[in-house]
Ligand binder design. Structure first.
Ligand code: ADP
Ligand code: MG
Length: 300
């Protein structure tokens, strides 16, 4: 695996300094560390959630950020496949007591950590009190702490998806310019806002041909949202359709690592920069333990 870093750009340095200024100078313990949790979600499947999660993780890691991916997507092209990894275990092995949490974590390029939920994702939200305590203890004791946690969710409006989206601090909605993808993205935001009181969404338009495609999608969504829903949508960026994605997958590498100087990799870099510029929540909301607690409590 090629873990070589590109030379850090001035912009990356500025971003790093900016973000560092949010960090407390002394970090007493895990409880006070700031972690931003983003769910990467969509109404329709196949729009590129997994691709966005993996490449965004790589681009954030390239800016020096420590990233954990929670792979909560049961679809075929999972995060491990995209990174060319073969995890031996998933959360079910932890729930059954066969493995410790540390043994389930897999390491990708640039130190990215991946927590494969596997089919354990269905159990995640239905744990009994004892299992929840055990999981929270293990998560709290995880040696590494992270600047960003990205959750690759399933598509649609199943219970799983809504729990992860509600527990995350920020929701990144991925769509393509395809009409059904836009309609399904709207349906997801509608459900999350009316039933779960989520009022803010961030939008990424994937697989665009021209920049106008992305603006068109954003305009359509904000127009109906302003009319029928009480929500705000931030445009976070667009990613071009790139046939070389297929080559990258064949090589079992993410495209941002495989072709760092391509147009698509620059788009992912801009998306990572955009995210780094977002105001950071202070604890407890910007605290990883807070997120795990919320997730497990939402599960009843
Ligand atoms: N920007 C893109 N350009 C070309 N192909 C893409 C792009 N984004 C995703 N794909 C391809 O589309 C397919 C679906 O993407 P995936 O990330 O698995 O979607 P999801 O996780 O939303 O189901 C995959 O084969 C992926 O390689
Ligand atoms: Mg996927």
């Amino acid at each position: 695996m090629n873990n070589s870093h590109r030379p850090e750009s001035d912009q990356a340095k500025t971003l790093r300094n900016l973000n560092n200024s949010h960090q407390p100078t002394t970090i007493p313990d895990y409880q006070d560390r700031i972690t931003c949790v983003y769910s990467v979600t969509s109404g329709k499947g196949g729009v590129g959630k997994t691709a966005v999660t993996a490449n965004l993780a790589y681009s954030l890691a390239n800016l020096g950020k420590r990233v954990l991916i929670l792979d909560a997507d049961l679809g075929l092209a999972n995060i491990d496949v995209v990174f060319g990894l073969t995890p031996n275990y998933n959360l079910n092995h932890f729930f059954s007591g066969e493995q410790q949490l540390d043994d389930i974590l897999v390491e990708g390029p640039l130190g990215i950590k991946i927590l494969p939920a596997g089919s354990g994702v269905q159990n995640f939200i239905r744990l009994d009190g004892h299992q929840k305590m055990r999981l929270l203890d293990a998560l709290g004791a995880m040696h590494d702490t992270f600047d960003y946690v990205l959750i690759d969710t399933e598509a649609g409006i199943s219970e799983n998806v809504t729990y992860f989206n509600t527990a995350a601090q920020e929701i990144l909605v991925v769509t393509t310019p395809e009409p059904t993808a836009i309609t399904d993205a709207y349906a997801l935001m509608k459900l999350l806002s009316t039933t779960y009181h989520e009022k803010h969404f961030n939008l990424v338009v994937n697989q665009i041909e021209t920049e106008d495609d992305a603006l068109d999608v954003y305009k359509k969504l904000t127009m109906v949202a302003n009319r029928y829903l009480d929500i705000s949508i931030d445009f976070f960026g667009s990613i071009p359709r790139d046939r070389q994605m297929i080559d990258a997958i064949r090589k079992q590498r993410v495209i941002t690592e495989f072709l760092p100087n391509s147009k698509i990799s620059s788009s992912f870099g801009r998306l990572a920069n955009r995210i780094c510029l977002e105001p950071v929540h202070s604890p407890p909301k910007g605290n990883l333990q807070f997120f795990w607690n919320r997730l497990l409590n939402l599960g009843g």
